[in-house]
Design a protein around this ligand. Sequence first.
Ligand SMILES: *Cc1c(COP(=O)(O)O)cnc(C)c1O
Length: 407
Amino acid sequence: MTTTEVAKDQEYSATELIALEEQYGAHNYHPLDVVIERASGAWVYDVAGNRYLDFLAAYSAVNQGHCHPAILQALVEQAHKVTLTSRAFRNDQLPLLYRDLHELTGFEMALPMNSGAEAVETALKAARKWGETVKGIPADQTEIVVASGNFHGRTIAIVGLSSDPQYRSGFGPFPAGFREAAFGDIDDLRRKITANTAAFLVEPIQGEAGIVIPPAGYLAAAAALCREHNVLLITDEIQSGLGRTGKLFAFEHEGIRPDMVIVGKALSGGFYPVSAVLSSREILGVFHPGDHGSTFGGNPLACAVARAALRVLVDEDLVKRSAQLGAYALERLQQIQSAKVREIRGKGLWIAMELKEPARPICEALQQRGVLCKETHATVIRIAPPLMIGREDLDWGLEQIEAVLAG
Ligand SMILES: *Cc1c(COP(=O)(O)O)cnc(C)c1O
C-alpha cells in the first residue's frame, strides 16, 4: 500500500466506517458505535480522538492491558524470525511454551490451539477418546455432561451444548452424547451421570451468562462426584482463568484440581488467538499422531506471544492485583443506592451489575461519559477492566457508573 492510500484511509469518519461495516459485513454482532483506532493499557481511542476507559477488556482477552509493550516486543521479534512452520516440523518456541505452562500451572501436558472454541472441542475429543480407550465405555456411547446456561463457544458441536435458544436456533442437527445438568445443582449432576459418562464440562463461574457464581462448595462437590464415578472434570477457564477472578484459575477458589483446564483469551494478552488444553499425560496421551491437529496451533509466533503474556501476568503480579482491586470495586459498587440495580456480584476484577431494566441504554450513557461496557443478555453489565488498570483510572470509571446509575 502506498503512503497516499494510507492517508486516504485515515480520512474515513466514524459514520462512514460504520456504514461500510454495515454494508459489507455480516451482522452477527450489535456493537456500540465507537470506532476504535488505537489503545494503550486500560484506555482506547476512537477515530475522532476521544478516549474511553475499557471496562470489558475484550471479554478478558486483554487482562494484561492493550498493546502491552513486552508482548508487543515478543510479537515483533518473533515475526522477524519465523511465524509458522506447521506441526509437520518442530519449532524452537513451542517446547518453551509447554515448559512455561507446566511451571506456571503444574499441569503435566498441554495441547495448543487457536480460538477458545477449538480448545473446547479439543477437550471434548480428548474426553471422548479417554472414555472409550481408558474408561472402557462402548464405542460411540460416551456421554458428556454440561451445565445449563453454559457458554463454550460457537462451533456447531458447542452451540449444541447451549441452553440459549438463540445460540442454537437454525443450526441443528447437533452431535449426540451430551446431557445438561442445572448449573450449581449437585443433585442434578448426580442424576445425569451414568456408566457411560466420560466427563463433566463446566465454567467455574459462568461469564457470558452474566458472571453467575454457583453456591459455595458446588465445584468441590462436583469434583468429588466426578472422582467417585471416574468422570473427568473439565473446567472452561477461557474467560475466568489467568487472573480474572483474583486467582490464577477460578477452580482454586474451591481448592480442587480439574482433570482438564481450557485456557484462551488472555493467554495471548489480546494480540493473537492462542488457546490450550492443560491436562495430564494419561489424558492427553490418548492423542496419537494424526488423531487431532491444527495448521496454526502451536505456531512459533503464537508461542512467543503467549510466553510473553504469561510472563507479564507473573511479573506484574496481576492475579493479586485482580483480587485487591476487585474486592475494592465490588464493595464500592455494592454501596450504590439506585432503584435501577437488582444485584451486584463478582469475584476478583469481574463484576456483574444486574439491573431491573434494560442494560443497553446504561452502556450507551457510560459511553457518552467515556467508559466502555457491554451488556450481556438484556439486563446485566459486566465490569471487567484490564487487570493492570491504575487505581485512579478505576476510581474514575466507578464514578461514571455511580453517576449514571444515580441519574
Ligand atoms: C470466549 C469463551 C469461549 C470461546 O472462545 P473463542 O475464542 O471466542 O472461540 C469459550 N468458553 C468461554 C467460557 C468463553 O468465555
